[in-house]
Write a protein that binds this ligand. Structure first.
Ligand SMILES: [Zn+2]
Length: 314
């Protein structure tokens, strides 16, 4: 893609401390190369791991200008525009964003101990989180740099997000809820971002965040072939529960709830085995049936695919 070639620097500065807990006990873990689109040459990134909190991160990370050039279109690897109808079709077949948005908004409302009814949706994507926050009674401000996503957002919600990166967002007031779903893993300086979020929240206000789990069974099974968490180079940080908690507590938060979420598309197995027709339908039915106990067990062991965390500003 031309916008990738337009930016000369691929890598940013070398990191000397953990992005989550800030200790210097970090060590090389593995290398992963990526191909953003067909035709691009492959680039290799080194993943480092913190020996204190277990969090992983790219080191050297991608250059900020290069990441921004990707995110001005999409944070979800969209390489062309999509429509609300297509997004809603996918949600109808495999409910995902709508379920997460409704659950996280309900929880945020439950934990918001301030009387502030303003919510900030950082990295608002297609707009399902903003929609859910409005449904539980919040006025919202949404920010998202992705042009393709913002067009869908407008069709869904009627207004438009501020098309900026969170680093460049200049707030005018305080919030009772800040939503960060699938955002922290994309940010080059998560500590700085959480410090800024802390300053934006009214005392008693709540941060609801969701990140992929670096300790998930997918990473353990697939290693660097996993793309839910280790999606290089868009995901630059790979959090563990321990790392995420350390990051928030250092920035003036009290953790009120941590839970893990595991959802695998019911047709993932039949697709991978290249099954068709009746056989695919039978396998899909069994996956649907076994999914709930399997997911519950993985979450219980701390091996779930996503971490959801709620933290109150002290
Ligand atoms: Zn650490």
């Amino acid at each position: 893609m031309t916008y990738l070639l337009a930016v000369s620097g691929i890598y940013g500065d070398v990191l000397h401390e953990c992005v989550a807990c800030r200790t210097q006990k970090i060590r090389y873990w593995r290398r992963k190369s990526f191909q953003y689109t067909h035709g691009d040459s492959r680039k290799a990134f080194d993943i480092y791991r913190c020996e204190n909190c277990g969090t992983g991160f790219l080191n050297r990370p991608p250059h900020s200008k290069w990441l921004q050039s990707i995110y001005q279109y999409s944070g979800q690897a969209l390489t062309q525009a999509t429509t609300l109808a297509d997004v809603l079709d996918r949600e109808a077949e495999y409910p995902n964003c709508t379920v997460d948005a409704a659950r996280m908004s309900r929880q945020a409302e439950r934990f918001n101990g301030s009387d502030n009814r303003q919510a900030l949706d950082i990295g608002s994507g297609f707009g399902f989180y903003t929609q859910a926050l409005r449904r539980v009674g919040y006025q919202t401000v949404s920010i998202n740099p992705g042009r393709y996503e913002n067009e869908v957002f407008k069709c869904l919600n009627g207004d438009e997000p501020l098309p900026v990166m969170f680093e460049n967002y200049q707030p005018s007031g305080q919030f009772g809820v800040v939503m960060m779903s699938q955002v922290l893993e994309h940010l080059l300086e998560p500590d700085k971002a959480i410090g800024k979020v802390s300053g934006l929240l009214a005392p008693g206000g709540v941060l609801a965040c969701a990140v992929p789990n670096y300790a998930s069974f997918l990473v353990k099974l697939l290693g660097t072939k996993d793309n839910a968490c280790l999606w290089v180079p868009e995901h630059v940080n790979y959090f563990t529960e321990e790392g995420l908690i350390a990051l928030l507590e250092r920035n003036g938060f009290r953790i009120v709830k941590v839970e893990q979420i595991t959802r695998v598309p019911f047709n993932a197995l039949s697709k991978r085995l290249r099954l068709e027709g009746r056989l695919a339908a039978i396998v899909d039915r069994w996956v649907k049936r076994l999914q709930s106990p399997f997911s519950g067990f993985m979450n219980l062991l701390g091996l779930g695919i996503y971490i959801n965390l709620y933290a109150v500003k002290k």
